[in-house]
Design a protein around this ligand. Structure first.
Ligand code: ADP
Ligand code: MN
Length: 559
């Protein structure tokens, strides 16, 4: 929550829409294409200039590589005067560029301005300058937007991450195809003799320049290690491979574009929910809650799970809500990444309460349904008097509930507390009772019940995390219940509660069913048979059994 800071005043949340548009514009469109330098294949599209460049003699290799066809080198019909004027124009242009973009030129200094590359680098430089100019404009605009949005509002939003000139990007010369640039080359120290300052070693015939194929080749191979870790370079680094500059540069280009691409993908991933900062939409939701006075402050993150991030907040004094806002709240933000939701859809897809809606919804809305489900289930539990968080408000995929714990410290999970044997026994009977209440009064099976989702607070067990809870007649409801029973029975048996029922006894005690099988395999087979029976009932009668038939009310276990 580093980006949410409390200040006085107010800001118009509506205006923030604009931001998200400009934010979105950044990774997708824009002159990203300008950023990567033009492919170094066909250096010139103008025949005249190509002819004028003394070193760019269009040999056969050059011709075969040009994607725009083979220029007819024999029919160059430009006079010396033309060539001269071209060069003059270029010089003038360069001068102009120098004056207009001094830093850019500084970046491109060396291999581009001086030496033989002067002609071929011009397009590249132009692209760089345009990009640079665009970035600067973009950032200035972003700064204006940021200022406009934040104003003197209570919560300020930083657009830092959307700036174009990132530390990585600002040093754009790093991106260029420039194998000679050894400023950041970790291999330089190891091989000081390969590129001496004067550009060659040895004497007379045995002279070896920095352009020596073998030396460069080895060096290029070694430098592959500088590529991003995800970039597969195979075993090449360990072998005596000699990569030509051309091959190395192509690889390097590819490595960089891959790195960029994966950074972009990563960026998108973080548009869901990350620990440090929730995505802009969620931030806006939280911001609205603070602004509306529902929440006083959002203090920090309590937990980051696979499916949700939970924050702590101090409750505010909302006038509009009829409910009293608890002094401390837990905000559960359901993750909007979709990979996790796949694993869970079996819970909601077969839950008849959501059946009609499931098929019509997009994944984003389904995630909201998880939050909604948790809210409904908590409300049912609350009504039955089961200790659990009290729902404060649900907004899209953000559920605000009362905080179990005190002074920002959440109550410990049952797995993390050491209870006296007396408390352990108490916790056991309470859990058993809650499971029965949940089943009979709330018509629910927790479906993820374990010492991880039970908190110990105020001398009793509190149930949390009920977004996946289902009704017992869910096609897998009884299986889920059996799993819950196994977790609970094992935990309390290991915890030294001698009275603790085993998983099968617990299952019967909670469900009121009388499954007599004395081993787990048969027991599970019977559970599945019951579920099947229920499904057949749906097939034949078009509706589910309201409940599984049992031989009278199960005994109530108590201390
Ligand atoms: P997940 O699906 O990520 O397991 P949970 O609802 O179990 O989500 O919440 C994750 C953790 O956040 C819990 O283990 C608990 O420590 C904490 N937590 C969740 N809700 C509350 C709450 N109402 N009060 C205090 N802590 C909570
Ligand atoms: Mn949990």
């Amino acid at each position: 929550m580093g980006r949410l800071t409390a200040r006085d005043g107010q800001g118009g949340p509506g205006r923030t829409r604009k931001v998200s548009q400009s934010e979105r514009r950044c990774p997708e469109e824009g002159p990203r294409s300008c950023r990567s330098p033009p492919a170094p294949v066909c250096p010139m599209d103008s025949v005249g200039v190509a002819a004028a460049a003394p070193d760019a003699g269009p040999g056969p290799a050059w011709q075969s590589k040009c994607p725009w066809g083979t220029p007819n080198t024999t029919s160059i019909s430009c006079s010396l005067a033309d060539v001269m004027s071209e060069q003059l124009a270029k010089e003038l242009q360069l001068e102009e560029e120098n004056a207009a973009f001094p830093e850019v030129v500084a970046v491109a200094e060396g291999p581009f301005i001086t030496g033989e590359n002067i002609d071929t680098s011009s397009d590249l430089m132009l692209a760089q300058m345009l990009q640079m100019e665009f970035d600067r404009e973009y950032d200035a605009q972003l700064r204006r937007e940021e200022k406009k949005i934040n104003g003197d509002s209570k919560v300020s939003i930083s657009f830092e991450n959307y700036r174009k000139v990132h530390p990585y990007d600002s040093d754009s010369s790093e991106d260029e195809v420039d194998w000679q640039d050894t400023r950041h080359d970790p291999y330089r120290a190891d091989k000081p003799t390969t590129t001496p300052r004067r550009g060659f070693i040895g004497k007379g015939k045995d002279i070896t320049t920095k352009h020596d194929e073998v030396v460069c080749g080895r060096k290029n191979t070694a430098r592959m290690e500088n590529f991003a870790p995800e970039f597969q370079v195979g075993d090449g680094i360990g072998m005596d491979l000699k990569l030509s500059n051309q091959v190395f540069n192509a690889l390097k280009q590819h490595a960089y574009s891959e790195e960029r691409r994966s950074a972009r993908l990563h960026e998108k991933k973080e548009h869901s929910t990350a620990e440090k900062a929730v995505d802009p939409k969620t931030r806006l939701l939280l911001y609205k809650m603070v602004n509306a006075g529902m929440l006083e402050t959002i203090t920090g993150c309590i937990s980051t799970g696979k499916e949700s991030v939970v924050f702590h907040a101090y409750g505010g004094k909302s006038a509009t809500e009829d409910k009293v806002i608890p002094p401390e709240c837990a905000i559960k933000v359901f993750k909007t990444t979709l990979n996790e939701f796949k694993n869970r859809d079996k819970y909601i897809k077969d839950d008849y309460r959501f059946k009609d809606r499931f098929s019509k919804l997009n994944p984003r809305k389904i995630i909201r349904m998880w939050a909604e489900k948790e809210m409904h289930n908590l409300t049912r539990m609350q009504n039955a008097g089961i200790p659990c968080p009290q729902v404060v408000i649900l907004k899209k995929h953000v559920l605000v509930m009362s905080f179990i714990g005190k002074d920002q410290i959440p109550a410990p999970k049952l797995k993390d507390v050491t209870l006296s044997s007396e408390d352990m026994k108490k916790a056991y009977y309470q859990t058993l009772n809650m499971m029965q209440q949940l089943y009979r009064e709330c018509n629910l099976v927790h479906a993820d019940l374990s010492e991880y989702n039970m908190l110990w607070h105020d001398g009793k067990v509190w149930l949390i995390d009920v977004s996946q809870s289902v009704e017992p007649t869910h096609p897998h409801g009884l299986e889920f219940l059996f799993r819950d029973c196994r977790n609970v029975a094992q935990f309390f048996q290991k915890g030294g509660v001698a009275e603790a029922l085993n998983e099968r006894e617990l299952f019967n005690a909670v469900s009121g069913l009388n499954i007599s099988a004395d081993n787990e395999v048969d027991f599970q087979a019977e559970i599945e048979a019951l579920e099947k029976m229920n499904e057949d009932h749906v097939q034949n009668h078009g509706k589910k059994l309201s409940t599984f038939s049992s031989d009278g009310d199960p005994p109530i276990y108590d201390e």
